[in-house]
Design a protein around this ligand. Structure first.
Ligand SMILES: [Ca+2]
Ligand SMILES: [Ca+2]
Ligand SMILES: [Ca+2]
Length: 367
């Protein structure tokens, strides 16, 4: 099976590594695309250049590289999920209406729609309405299987049939990661990280001291890195044993990016941490507010992330600030990077942003 085109954290091991290069100079806001709600969903770029992003106005948008909308698709509730694009262009998105959608790339028409879980109240707020929300990932495995969470962990075949469902004692909003041997790992609000074999049977579980919301990331040696609301970042062996834990000052909702010998993640204590693979601190960078956004690492080791101080930050590999750009609201969405250096990210101000260094040519599309 060919590799997927795009997904949250850029691959099933969730390393957050882009093959492209971030701008050296401070970029400008090239265009914005206005939706009807806050954007926590992280954009995905399909091979045709379309930028896909979900909004809390219930819709998934496909926006051209010039900032004009190609199509939108309305689900039945708000979208926290980040779009994933299969090798054939099929777009997967989850909604708080408890469904996973597979849409066509050209028109955004449903190929199939599956309801995950059987919660009596599908939409709205409160624990019973949110237990079955499909807001985890989705992640496309190397075999094309779609992994997501909600009421437990789910593996859905590319034709929309269910491969397996794994029950948990709480809501799963953590995007599942897939290890090289096919094991699926996902965190849960029951404070447990679950490892599920390719046949849907439990391999092991690991208990933290609080909700596990971020997407786990998997290193070259199979070590799994994930943070928790207990303020700790855990390094867990592929067999499910604790290697080390690194304590920050607050909840960790950011996923880890894995660079050369260093992992990067943000915390609600407003710091972006760079930690060696043995669990010792390399450096930290203080932003002005909580960091929910998961960092991107570019081909040269530069780091890009957003903060609830409404800024998008680019750091040098040694942790020094390269530049920051102020947007119009919290930046909880995780940024993505196109081959030409354009950056896409969403914000609480309802906008999808495209940022780039001016080339001397007038901006395309919207004035
Ligand atoms: Ca729901
Ligand atoms: Ca909990
Ligand atoms: Ca803010």
């Amino acid at each position: 099976m060919e590799a997927a085109q795009a997904m949250f954290r850029f691959g099933p091991t969730h390393r957050g590594r882009s093959p492209f290069v971030l701008p050296i100079g401070k970029p400008v806001i090239w265009w914005t695309f206005q939706t009807g709600g806050p954007i926590v969903s992280s954009p995905a770029i399909a091979v045709d250049g379309s930028v896909l992003v979900g909004s809390q106005d219930d819709k998934l948008y496909a926006v051209g590289p010039d900032g004009t909308v190609k199509w939108s698709y309305a689900t039945g509730d708000i979208i926290f999920s980040s779009p994933a694009v299969a090798h054939d262009g099929t777009i997967y998105i989850g909604s708080d209406d408890d469904h996973l959608y597979a849409l066509t790339p050209a028109e955004g028409k449903p190929r199939w729609i599956v309801q995950l879980g059987a919660c009596p109240q599908r939409v709205g707020i409160g624990p019973e309405a949110s237990r079955c929300d499909v807001d985890a990932g989705p992640t496309i495995g190397p075999d094309g299987v779609v992994y997501t969470g909600g009421d437990g962990i789910a593996a859905i075949n590319p034709d929309g049939t269910t491969r397996w469902r794994f029950p948990t004692n709480g809501h799963v909003s953590s995007a599942p990661a897939v290890l090289p041997d096919g094991t699926v790992v996902a965190g849960c609000q029951d404070d447990v990280l679950y490892a599920v074999a390719p046949n849907g049977q439990k391999r092991w579980d690991f208990r933290a001291g609080g909700d596990i919301e971020p997407a786990p990331a998997v290193g070259d040696d199979g070590t799994i890195y994930v943070g928790s609301d207990d303020h700790k970042l855990y390094a867990i062996s592929p067999e499910g044993t604790l290697r080390w834990a690194f304590t920050t000052g607050a909840d960790i909702r950011s996923s880890v990016a894995i660079g050369n010998g260093i992992i990067y993640f943000g915390s609600f204590d407003a710091q972006l941490y760079a930690v060696h693979l043995d669990g010792t601190l390399a450096w930290s960078f203080r932003a002005g507010d909580r960091i929910v956004s998961s960092p991107l690492i570019d081909a040269h080791g530069a780091i890009l992330f957003g903060s609830q101080d409404d800024r998008l930050y680019c750091l040098e590999p040694d942790g020094h600030l390269r530049w920051s750009v102020e947007l119009g609201g919290d930046v909880d969405s995780s940024p993505t990077l196109a081959a030409d250096g354009t950056i896409f990210v969403g914000s609480d101000d309802h906008k999808l942003y495209a940022l780039r260094v001016p080339s001397g040519l007038p901006p395309m599309g919207k004035p």
